[in-house]
Design a binder for this molecule. Structure first.
Ligand code: MD3
Ligand code: FE
Length: 205
């Protein structure tokens, strides 16, 4: 693998980290979302999110009128979220380790699905109690422009591309940075079709 790019303090981008694993990861996403389907969650303010979401692992992230939180039960199915595949865990741990975060044990993987036109507005990830734990993100399918700023909403933003196979590790001084995903442009990816998938691995304990 190439050396990671340091895009912010304690934030590493590994371009093309995922290679041959991509087909298995995409097949696992299909299998997981056959059990816990993609759905558009509604923000506490009442707006459906443009990215469709599901989760795997012991905990899954949800949003509804009551707020944002992690649950052990998928509210759509009434059952536990599907298990996190061993390959997901080992790849995420490997990336975290290479970014300098030891003993990262994710118990949640949020799966975001973006069709062309979908994006994610500026936000912080603050639903995880232990802020020493990083977040690891895998990008698959169509490329997108990703923006990240600082700890304040109005801090200046930097923009860069996230492409199929890229892995990001965010922790330490960048853990609470604001970030956004620009709307995905029209296109067709040879393996993922007209979609972008993002997996974010989190430790919710
Ligand atoms: C920077 N997902 O699910 S992943 C999210 O591409 C989310 O679907 C985006 O933001 C996506 O919450 C971006 C990269 C990412 C994830 C977590 C971060 C960047 C982060 C936490 C802190 C700072
Ligand atoms: Fe986020």
């Amino acid at each position: 693998h190439d050396e990671p790019l340091n895009i912010a303090p304690d934030a590493c981008l590994f371009k093309g980290f995922l290679s041959d694993e991509d087909t298995v990861l995409l097949a696992d996403i299909v299998a997981i979302t056959a059990i816990s389907p993609f759905r558009h969650m509604v923000t506490p303010g009442g707006y459906p999110m443009s990215a469709a979401m599901s989760s795997c692992g012991a905990q899954g992230w949800i949003s509804d009128a009551k707020g944002y939180r992690y649950t052990a039960i998928d509210p759509l199915t009434g059952n536990r979220w599907p298990a996190m595949p061993d390959l997901f865990v080992s790849l995420a741990q490997n990336a975290a380790e290479r970014a300098g975060f030891h003993r990262f044990i994710p118990d949640s993987c949020l799966i975001n699905c973006y069709v062309p036109g979908a994006g994610m507005s500026l936000h912080q990830d603050r639903d995880e109690p232990d802020r020493r734990q990083p977040i690891v993100s895998f990008s698959l399918g169509l490329p997108v422009q990703f923006q990240f700023g600082g700890m304040q909403r109005h801090d200046p933003l930097k923009t860069f591309a996230l492409e199929h196979g890229d892995v990001l590790v965010w922790g330490g001084r960048s853990r609470l940075n604001y970030h956004a995903v620009r709307p995905v442009k029209n296109g067709v990816h040879p393996l993922a079709g007209a979609r972008r998938f993002n997996l974010t691995f989190r430790c919710t304990r």
